[in-house]
Design a protein around this ligand. Sequence first.
Ligand code: KG4
Ligand code: ZN
Length: 346
Amino acid sequence: MNVIGIETSCDETAVAVVADGRYLLSNVIASQSDLHAAHGGIVPEVASRQHIRHISRIASQAVDEAGLDWKDIDAVAVTHGPGLAGALIVGVNTAKGIAASLGIPFLGVNHLEGHIYAAWLDKAMVQQTAPEVRFPLMCLITSGGHTDLIVMAGHGQFNLIGQTRDDAAGEAFDKVARVLGLGFPGGPEIQRVARPGNRAGHLPRAWLRGTEDFSFSGLKTAALNKAKSLGLYPSPPEGADPGLVAELAASFQDSVVDVLVTKTVSAAERYGCRGILLGGGVAANALLRQEIEVQSPLPSMIPPAQLCTDNGAMIAACAWYSLTSGKRSSLDLDILPRLRLGIKLD
Ligand code: KG4
Ligand code: ZN
């Protein structure tokens, strides 16, 4: 079954074709980050307008690059939440148009569930059988808008056990990068410049012991205060010392990764999980990926870095599991900008 997946919840206009929930036939992504970079963050109306301009071309390109015709597409899946309302509407209406004109099944997908299913994509298209997954899995979904710990008991079965109480981890990366005069999005920039050193010292960790929740706003403020005391913020007229920026970036990255990894590994043990799964843009971070592998005694499922950030393939992969069990959305499906994943367990 060839599923076309459409993702426009934030600032990427992304469409992909995935066969049988796993084989990536095409994956086209038009990123708007250069446009938003000038503002240091995403401007919702700019995002919606860019989606409107590009979505038709990106969808046709995804079908072409898959080596298919529209008549070969069996179903259409789209992110209908969570995300920016005006941005979601563009993808959802495009998907409805495709479904109505081709007379094929249509399904709205939760973006967070999509991030989880990126781990099932077989980019090289070499595996003959689906990866053997031992449930329950402890899933850490960490992106620009979310830092969620979710127990996945089986396909389509999710329980939220922890979340951020303030900033998401990716949001903290973006804000600290801005303080350090680095580009947007901040996560890849912090990773690129980070070099260990002792001039920035050790930044705090909010453990929130006894809970599976996270908090990154105190760390963000500590990084800002450290940047001020080191003379890096506001930007010095003669330009910042790149060595100092590199050391502060590394201290910040260490703190985020330490908390994410330690809490995920211990929650996995507490909930009797048999594996750990990472998803969302921050899961592209090399240190996070490495430390999960080093510190977790359990097998880990981590998508390739390019499939951690927003894409249409994860939406198509996720939809396949629901479509094959008969799930469909009707053409009056609404957007759900504040959609969550999983019932909160205390
Ligand atoms: O999942 P995503 O593409 O969009 C949302 O659903 O939010 O995540 C984007 C976030 C941004 O905050 C970005 O800075 C962060 O993921 N990110 C990273 C890395 N690549 C992207 N954070 C840390 N290290 C990276 N290599
Ligand atoms: Zn995302």
